[in-house]
Ligand binder design. Structure first.
Ligand code: ZN
Length: 113
């Protein structure tokens, strides 16, 4: 059970993963909420975008896992906060993601509860 971030906050954060072209290009750090990949978008040579026809802006695809759930720090969300990333991953993927899988294995080892 996550206590630091409300469901409404996490749902709002999910919106920041879509049509996020303008935020991503202003960010120096982006995090993928499926695989946990953290990167500087200006140093990634082959960024892939979806929704190229959208007037709201394109949607960035994670260069690591190919899923469209990347948030940049310019969005204002705490993209480097482990608790936030884990909470989002649980909320959006119902615990079925690379992040949740690694958390489960850590839990099994008794490292986190
Ligand atoms: Zn990823």
């Amino acid at each position: 059970m996550n206590t630091r971030y409300t469901d409404a906050y996490l749902k709002a954060a999910h919106k920041a993963t879509f049509h996020n072209e303008h935020e991503i290009t202003r960010s120096s750090l982006c995090t993928c909420f499926y695989c946990g990949h953290c990167f500087d978008p200006r140093e990634e040579p082959d960024l892939q975008w979806w929704d190229e026809q959208s007037t709201e802006g394109m949607t960035l695809v994670c260069p690591e896992c190919g899923i469209d759930c990347v948030i940049g720090d310019a969005s204002g969300y705490p993209v480097t906060d482990d608790a936030f990333i884990t909470a989002c991953s649980d909320e959006w993927f119902c615990g079925i993601s690379r992040i949740s899988a690694s958390k489960t294995s850590r839990k099994n080892q008794g490292i986190i509860t």
